[in-house]
Design a binder for this molecule. Structure first.
Ligand code: NAD
Ligand code: AHE
Ligand code: ZN
Length: 381
């Protein structure tokens, strides 16, 4: 029995920005009150992990254990934990849900105030870390999840139990990319039948927006991506059109001109899934005058700012953002898992690569290739 004792296991440690992760043995302390220790079975690598490792995340701190798209089995729980128990199959939640704070009670947002401040500093809610390397140095947590370790400790508000019949090597993707894009379409934007939609960036997040817009019966779903390899995937997930702005435009035509022309004045909804602030501007300006809404999902580097002429907003276009697709993890993840199990939500289709955990640096390389949506890592290998 490991309960109550430190566990020595393998983790991938980010010691320095811009450097490969170090795969080494670490020590994971037992969970304290209102904490949960999880045996992570599978994790995928999200673009945001690469963003933070690159050094451009204002909240990025080192040494740390990255990873936030993971699923596993509860090994043990600390005092006072009632929402999960040892043996439960779980998904780690980077957007916590305490159900008690001002945010959770507002009914207006999925953002939760309970642990976000300490999460951003890379520590548990009591201000300390559960991770130590063999030299005895503390290692920071990341996004309240740190799934790049065979064992992790999270706050009880940052974990949800799921149907044990659901395969963890697939449902790990619901920890971020798929949920984020799908939720942005069906919750944040609340796309309705017949709406016109454009998605900039066809990675896992963008293609999940496509999936959500398709499920809602959008009449036009235009994907904009600079990589032609994304065309077939876009169509497979339900896009009606694909535009590559680096070659699909007439002389002097901008991507905004092209989209406005294709939609008789602009789109009902656009989504940025690139993190590029110039793209965000185009996405806003491609919205229909009077009512078009542009949803920012992409994460931009420190120092980057968005801009447009205020006239764009005065004339009725709306700029919004979406974190984790507006989904409340503890209340709504069960529904997404059953939709997946019932064949109503595609998840498997995003897994283009599989690797053993110790090959994690290659998984970061995979992200830079057009043939990769998600690499799933098996923590047992
Ligand atoms: P990804 O790298 O797999 O996909 C990005 C896509 O954008 C690629 O297909 C790329 O070819 C395309 N692209 C790049 N520049 C472009 C341009 N100028 N015009 C059109 N297309 C362009 O990434 P992902 O995992 O799908 O994540 C997308 C973004 O969403 C990232 O910024 C990530 O950090 C962010 N993200 C945000 C949330 C959230 O909750 N807000 C959650 C997950 C990911
Ligand atoms: N640390 C960054 C913010 C990064 C960010 O915006 N993260 C998204 C999730 S990305 C998942 O792949 C998010 O949910 N943000 C809301 C939140 O509370 O973090 C920075 O710029 O400081
Ligand atoms: Zn992510």
């Amino acid at each position: 029995m490991s309960e109550g004792k430190p566990i020595t296991c393998t983790a991938a440690v980010a010691y320095e920005a811009g450097k490969p992760l170090t795969v080494e043995e670490i020590v994971v302390d037992p969970p304290k009150a209102h904490e949960v220790r999880i045996k992570v079975e599978y994790t995928a690598v999200c673009h945001t992990d690469a963003y933070t490792l690159s050094g451009v995340d204002p909240e990025g701190a080192f040494p740390s254990i990255l990873g936030h798209e993971g699923a596993g089995v509860v090994e043990s729980v600390g005092e006072g934990v009632t929402n999960v128990k040892a043996g439960d199959h779980v998904i780690a939640l980077y957007t916590a849900e305490c159900k008690e704070c001002k945010f959770c009670k507002s009914g207006k947002t999925n953002l939760c105030g309970s642990v976000r401040a300490t999460q951003g500093k890379g520590v548990m809610p009591d201000g300390t870390s559960r991770f130590h390397n063999k030299k005895g140095e503390d290692l920071l947590h990341f996004m309240g999840c740190s799934t790049f370790s065979q064992y992790t400790v999270v706050a009880d508000v940052s974990v949800v139990a799921i149907d044990p019949k659901a395969p963890l090597d697939k449902t790990c993707l619901l920890g971020c990319g798929v949920t984020t894009g799908y939720g942005a379409a069906v919750k944040t934007a609340d796309v309705q039948k017949g709406d016109t939609v454009a998605i900039f960036g066809a990675g896992t997040v963008g293609l999940s927006v496509v999936q959500g817009a398709h499920v809602r019966g959008a009449s036009k779903i235009i994907v904009v991506d600079i990589n032609d390899q994304k065309k077939q995937w876009s169509l497979d997930f339900g896009a009606t059109d694909f535009v590559n702005p680096s070659k699909g435009l007439k002389d002097g035509q901008t991507i905004v001109d092209k989209l406005v022309e294709m939609t008789d004045g602009g789109l009902d909804f656009t989504f940025d899934c690139t993190g590029n602030t110039d793209v965000m501007r185009s996405a806003l300006e491609a919205c229909h005058k009077g009512w078009g809404q542009s949803i920012i999902i992409g994460v931009a580097a420190a120092g980057k700012e968005i801009s447009t002429r205020p006239f764009q907003l005065v004339t009725g276009r709306v700029w919004k953002g979406s974190a984790f697709g507006g989904i409340k993890g503890r209340s709504e993840m069960g529904g997404l898992v059953s939709d997946y199990m019932d064949g109503k939500l595609k998840v498997d289709e995003f897994i283009t690569h599989r690797r053993g955990f110790t090959d994690i640096n290659s998984a970061f390389e995979d992200l830079h290739h057009g043939d990769c949506l998600r690499t799933v890592l098996d923590l047992s290998k």
